[in-house]
Design a protein around this ligand. Structure first.
Ligand code: SAM
Length: 235
């Protein structure tokens, strides 16, 4: 699987010894910390590379990512998809947000140790962070993987995005149904479904990227108070 990663990195044009060292160093760090703090279910290297690295990096070729300078990863957990993207693209700035401080402390420690200098972490619920002046509508791109269904996730993520920027949800099977169900919520929040794509060489049943364009300001009342987007998804 390491060869698959090398091939993938070569395809992006970002292969270098330094990038490989950072990716391997981060993976070994997460696997080792995982004995003390639950960060991932994937502790076998091949699976880690496939499901955390290659999956996270599938966005590399999309227009929404290429033009983004400032990116937020909502519900980053052990740093996915944010950290692998940040390692390959040091010229872009990443904020990794999660409500679990323990996970963020580990990301801080590993990124510092490995000299990954374009990552900062933010501890808090997305519902609260999106109300902060310096975070609301402050990002060119918001990404999120494995956090909630699209209707709830749209309320957590769209408020962070600048008008003209994008929100990309990493999804698997069921993306089309989720997108249909979330359509009205997306519109209410100032977004518009732009595309549902299967990255080149991937199976639709496993990897789908839902891209939403921010077309209008998100009304002040969203996101609602912490917990509501998940408990009472917008209709
Ligand atoms: N994105 C990572 C990945 O794909 O491996 C982690 C996914 S993990 C299943 C979901 C993460 O989202 C958890 O770390 C959890 O703490 C975080 N999370 C869930 N709801 C959140 C919220 N409202 N605000 C901030 N973080 C949240």
């Amino acid at each position: 699987m390491k060869t698959e990663l090398v091939k993938f990195l070569e395809m992006t044009g970002r292969y270098s010894d330094e990038i490989m060292e950072k990716l391997m160093g981060y993976m070994h760090g997460i696997i080792s910390w995982n004995e003390k703090v639950n960060l991932t279910n994937l502790t076998e290297e091949d699976e880690f590379i496939e499901k955390h690295y290659i999956d996270s990096l599938l966005l590399w070729n999309s227009e929404s990512f290429k033009k983004a300078d400032k990116i937020i990863d909502v519900g980053t957990g052990g740093g996915f998809p944010g950290v692998p993207l940040a390692i390959l693209y040091p010229e872009k700035e990443f904020v990794l947000l999660d409500s679990l401080k323990k996970r963020l402390n580990i990301i801080d420690s590993l990124t510092h140790e490995l000299g990954i200098n374009n990552v900062t972490t933010f501890h808090g619920r997305a519902e609260d962070a999106a109300k902060k002046k310096d975070m609301r509508e402050a990002f060119d791109l918001c990404v999120s993987r494995a956090v909630a269904n699209l209707t709830s996730l749209a309320e957590l993520c769209i408020p962070f995005v600048k008008i003209g920027g994008h929100f990309v949800a990493y999804k698997g099977p069921g993306a089309y149904d989720e997108a249909k169900e979330a359509e009205n919520a997306i519109n209410i929040l100032g977004g518009k479904l732009e595309s549902i794509t299967v990255p080149e060489g991937q199976k639709e049943s496993e990897h789908t990227l839902i891209t939403i364009l921010k077309t209008a300001k998100t009304p002040e009342k969203y996101p609602r108070k912490a917990g509501d987007p998940l408990k009472k998804p917008l209709k």
